[in-house]
Design a protein around this ligand. Sequence first.
Ligand code: NAG
Ligand code: NAG
Ligand code: NAG
Ligand code: NAG
Length: 255
Amino acid sequence: MENSVIIILLFFSCYQHTQQLIPLPDFIHPCSELNDECFTQATLDAIPGVVRGIPEAGIPPLDPLYLDKNITMALPGNVKMTFHNGKLLGLSTCVPSKVSSRREKRTFVFDIQCNFTIKGHYSIVGRILLFNLNTDGNAKIKIWNQKIHLEVLEKVVKNDKGEGHYKINSYKYKADYGTDLKLNLTNLFRGSPEISANILSVLNSNSQLVAQEFGGPILDYAIDYAMNVTQKFFDAYTYDQISHVPLTDDFFEED
Ligand SMILES: *[C@@H]1O[C@H](CO)[C@@H](O)[C@H](O)[C@H]1NC(C)=O
Ligand SMILES: *[C@@H]1O[C@H](CO)[C@@H](O)[C@H](O)[C@H]1NC(C)=O
Ligand SMILES: *[C@@H]1O[C@H](CO)[C@@H](O)[C@H](O)[C@H]1NC(C)=O
Ligand SMILES: *[C@@H]1O[C@H](CO)[C@@H](O)[C@H](O)[C@H]1NC(C)=O
C-alpha cells in the first residue's frame, strides 16, 4: 500500500515535471553535433520565428524594436543632433553567414548581416555649410548589409529540478559600418528644399561617421535587447530541449 502511494507520487511528480516544460516551437531545430553548418542553418531557421515573438516564453515581437532612450550625437562643426521616439526595423532580415561553437571557450560566435531602417524624430542645432540650423522633424536612416560579429560567452546551469539551462555570462560585438547607408531628414531647412537637399548630401557624404554616431548607440541597444531576449529563451527551454549535443559533467555549474 505504502509502496503504491510512493509510486503514484513519483508518477505525479514526473508527470508534473514534464508538464512544466514549454513545448519547443517548430522553428527551433536542435543540433546533435558541434558543427558550424548545423548552427548556421538552425540560426537561419530560428530568426524569423523568434523575431515574431514567442508569447509562451515571454518573448515579445522584435520587429520593429522600439527604442526607449534618446540618442544624442555630435557631428563635425559643432552640430548637435538628438534622436528620440525611435524604432529599429529589420531584425527579421538578419541572415547569419556563419555561426560556430567554441565549446572549450564556452563561446558562440555569430557573423550576421542585416538590413536596417531606423525611424524616429530628430532635432538638430548647429551650423552646417553656411546655415544655422535649429529645427526638428522626422528622421529615417537606411543601412544595407550591416555586418555584425557577436561573441557570446555562456555556461549551462542546473536548476533545483536538475534541468540544465544556458546562461549568458557576457557578450561583445563588433559592427562594420559600411558606407551603404542613406539618411533622410524632413524639415531640415524650412522653406528651401534645395538647401535641405544640400545639407542632407553633406551629412550623407559623412555616412561612415553618421552610421557610427547614430547607428552605434542604436545597435548597442538592439544587441543588448536581443541578448536579454535570448536569455529569456534559455530560461524558458532546457538545454536538452534546444541542444542534442551531450554535455559532459564538467560543463555544468550548480546555480
Ligand atoms: C527624449 O527627448 C524628448 C524630446 O526632446 C523629450 O521630450 C523626452 O523627455 C526625452 N526622453 C528622455 C528619456 O530623455
Ligand atoms: C539587403 O538588401 C539588399 C538589397 O535589397 C539585398 O540584396 C540583400 O540580400 C539584403 N540583405 C539581407 C541580409 O537581408
Ligand atoms: C526624404 O523623405 C521625403 C519625405 O518622405 C521625400 O519626399 C524625399 O524625396 C526624401 N529625400 C531623399 C533624399 O531620399
Ligand atoms: C537588458 O536587461 C538588463 C538587466 O535586466 C537591463 O538593465 C537592460 O536595460 C536590458 N536592456 C535592454 C536594451 O532592454
